[in-house]
Design a protein around this ligand. Structure first.
Ligand code: PHE
Length: 456
């Protein structure tokens, strides 16, 4: 196929791509969001729906999104335009890339604020401030941080600056090596926390909550949240994985790498859940406590356990790191677009995009103190104001709808020969995946949407 001049770099190897994409997938979504939304939505049945969404919708769409990126070889906007023209359809498909860019910016605006909590907690742990925390004092500690917009803005600014710094330098400098060491370390630390959770004597109760399926607890809101989270946690539906795919070497297998990423991502989320819920029950806390769940439970554990200051510091350091590698991918589509399609210098583009996200982030900062309000969504009451609005708008609507468009483009619009040429699967496996992308994933997605929003 005629290719535009390739202006962007490539990952140095298949391993580098797997690491970078895993770095994008594993983040606050796994350790902060998954446990708290599981708690809010009653556990078991929610987890089951989430796992089903990962397998039947997330994995096939992830393969499609990587495939589009690697064939398009440009920022999502340029890639979609090129691919649409290649298959002889309207170049308006580029809009898909543009919507993704907006979604990334909106997500980054609150992502960076939450990551700021983790930066602040890293310091608190190092200073030994978790010693002797109880459910009540741990809650008060987080409350103190959330009620202080200046402090929140300070940490949010630090995290934004960290992200801009890496993105300005391009995908390869430094990032690859850091992920290689820090991701395995995060895994080890989660294992230590798991060990601690077992020692509380409430491990079985935690497992029960996570895995005992009770469909009576499954609300329409829970189903949509689970679907949205499958996209959020795999970084799907907004061009992040597409743009990373465009840096992927031609020889690497899309299916294999997708499976590795999805398995690692799911494992980290389940481990975080298994480490956190026993602590919730051991300390008489509320499973549905909301976004603060991890920041209240884990500090109590660190305050109690042997070597807690060290483990606590290390844990929040790794959480910050995991958030960092995700944040980078959130603003990469916008940055790639400005620098490749709008002729801006890469570093200028990265700083400009980060500034927009930072400024928007102030809305989330305020929503935790003075601007909170409640509203209704799919029959449930929501109370964190703009933070919840941004979260629902992006995770529940923009990402799944972006994913739907990716599935439709791949399965129905793009010429099958091109799809086959790029995805390189054996006959039988290709046929199965192709039917899933054409029928199963889009129909299931639509069904969950229509059903949960109460239209049917
Ligand atoms: N997957 C990331 C996480 O779980 C968040 C993310 C969403 C990153 C969308 C990029 C794109 O934290």
């Amino acid at each position: 196929m005629p290719k535009k001049q390739i202006i962007h770099e490539q990952w140095s190897s298949r391993l580098a791509f797997v690491l970078a994409a895993t770095g994008s997938a594993v983040g606050l979504g796994n350790i902060w969001k998954f446990p708290y939304i599981t708690g809010e939505n009653g556990g078991g049945a929610f987890v089951l729906v989430y796992l089903m969404c990962i397998c039947l919708i997330g994995i096939p769409i992830m393969m499609a999104e990587i495939m589009l990126g690697r064939r398009g070889q440009q920022s999502p906007v340029g890639a979609m335009r090129t691919l649409a023209l290649e298959s002889g359809v309207s170049s308006h498909w580029a809009v898909l890339g543009a919507v993704g860019i907006v979604a990334g910016i909106l997500i980054m605006s609150f992502y960076s604020v939450i990551a700021g909590w983790a930066v602040s907690y890293m310091l608190e742990a190092a200073l030994g401030h978790f010693n002797g925390l109880t459910g009540e004092t741990a809650g008060a500690k987080l409350g103190g941080l959330l009620g202080d917009p200046l402090q929140l803005t300070f940490w949010h600014t630090i995290f934004s600056a960290m992200t801009a710094f890496v993105v300005a330098r391009g995908v390869r400098s430094g990032l690859e090596k850091a992920v290689q060491i820090l991701m395995p370390l995060l895994f080890v630390l989660l294992l230590i926390m798991l060990g601690y959770a077992i020692s509380t004597g409430y491990f079985m109760q935690g497992l029960q909550f996570l895995f005992a399926v009770d469909f009576a607890k499954l609300t329409p809101e829970a189903i949509l949240t689970a679907l949205g989270h499958a996209f959020f946690t795999l970084s799907l539906g907004m061009g992040a994985i597409m743009v990373y795919g465009s840096y992927m070497p031609k020889g690497a297998s899309i299916a294999k790498t997708t499976f590795i990423i999805a398995i690692l991502d799911t494992l980290v989320a389940l481990m975080a859940g298994m480490a956190i819920f026993p602590l919730v029950f051991a300390n008489g806390l509320e499973a549905g406590a909301g976004p603060g769940l991890v920041f209240v439970t884990l500090p109590i554990a660190f305050g109690e356990m042997f070597g807690g200051a060290l483990f606590g510091t290390l844990f929040f350091l790794l959480l910050v790191f995991a958030a960092w590698t995700s944040a980078i991918s959130l603003i990469e589509p916008a940055t790639a677009w400005l620098s490749e399609n709008r002729g801006m210098k890469r570093s200028t583009a990265a700083y400009a995009v980060t500034f927009v996200c930072w400024a928007l982030g102030l809305v989330t900062v305020m929503s935790f103190s003075s601007w909170s309000f409640s509203f209704h969504f799919a029959g449930a009451e929501k109370t964190d104001g703009m933070f919840d609005v941004l979260d629902i708008l992006t995770s529940t609507f923009m990402l799944p709808l972006g994913g739907l468009a990716i599935a439709i483009f791949t399965g129905w619009v793009m010429k099958q020969v091109y799809v086959r040429d790029e995805i390189r699967l054996g006959q039988g496996v290709f046929a199965v995946w192709y039917q899933v992308i054409r029928w199963v994933a889009p129909l299931l997605l639509l069904y969950l949407f229509i059903h949960s929003l109460g239209f049917a």
